[in-house]
Design a protein around this ligand. Sequence first.
Ligand SMILES: Cc1cc2nc3c(=O)[nH]c(=O)nc-3n(C[C@H](O)[C@H](O)[C@H](O)COP(=O)(O)OP(=O)(O)OC[C@H]3O[C@@H](n4cnc5c(N)ncnc54)[C@H](O)[C@@H]3O)c2cc1C
Length: 345
Amino acid sequence: SKKVAIIGGGPTGLTLAYYLLIQGVQVAIYESLPVLGGFMKTGIPRYRLPQETLDKEIGFIISQGAEVHLNTKVGRDIKFEELMSKYDAVYLGIGNHDPRMTGTPGSNTAGVYHALNFLQDVSLGSMINVGKNVVVIGGGFTANDASRTSMRLGAEHVYIMYRRREIDRPGFPSMNAEEEMEETVEEKVQYMWEVTPFEYVSENGHLVGVKYWQNEMVIEAQGRAKPVPKKEKVLYIEADTVIEATGQEPDFSFLGDKYLRQLRLTPHGTPIIDERGMTSIDGLFSGGDCTNATRDLISAVRDADRATVGILEHLNIMDQIADEKWLPILDRWKKYSATAGRSKK
Ligand SMILES: Cc1cc2nc3c(=O)[nH]c(=O)nc-3n(C[C@H](O)[C@H](O)[C@H](O)COP(=O)(O)OP(=O)(O)OC[C@H]3O[C@@H](n4cnc5c(N)ncnc54)[C@H](O)[C@@H]3O)c2cc1C
């Protein structure tokens, strides 16, 4: 039977694995971490996502017969080229795991983290001593998760520093943004709007505080308000831990030069895919956070749904659908795919 390699064991990779397995396709998942689940396991904190339910669902998917390679980073432990030659199709479900740090002076001091590393370490069982005062940099959902996790680790004061106004924060306006902020404030996290941290201060190798400026919001020609620091006055806040929740990017470098040259990207640096989820490289499909702009769970699942049809078509086995009861799910994508279900007519 046909074999598909899935790079990344997050929600998009797991969903695809499930749909392919029940259609009789052999699936191998390559995951760099020691656990499956992607950001469901190592990003979204446990108090928001019950782990027993998650583990049960992952266990159910794997029990359908997936071959799982944990602690296996493609590009480091196995060559991408090898997967491309060994499998009939390959799916990129690698998410966005390359942390974008601000490069603020003092970033190398112990106690300065990127939120992704911080949340991952906590979820994998590290006991991080955050001290009394924690400063989280950034205004998005990840900043809320990092701040509330810090509270649970025993911090007394947690501040979220954001360079723009409350109404400019990512995700606003939306019910999600409102709810998340409400819960964060309820847990006594304090927001500091319109500030620019410019130095992480340490004494004897230990982080002790953050120097920052207050900003002034200046309306630009395009109508967007731009934060401009008022540098004449230096402000200071004590901090034992700084967590930068300042975004992340996908890392495609493991594809190697030959394939990178063939992979067509959008201006945002994500792979261009066709209506079946296939990239510009024949047999290479992509979905989830490394591909879509919405970067949420439901989109990751949707992308896998779409790629299921794309891959079944690519493998030329749409006419051998093993389990008819799933066809209504696959049918959803017919309108996006000129050829899906052709052999069923
Ligand atoms: C802190 C946080 C909170 C969030 N909260 C929500 C929320 O409340 N609601 C919501 O809808 N979404 C939320 N999201 C977003 C959601 O988690 C993601 O959209 C979703 O997990 C993306 O799924 P994915 O499978 O594309 O990628 P991921 O979940 O990131 O999984 C990708 C997997 O690929 C692995 N990988 C990467 N490179 C390689 C490689 N070279 N070789 C092998 N494996 C590799 C990674 O280790 C990872 O396990 C949150 C994200 C974060 C970070």
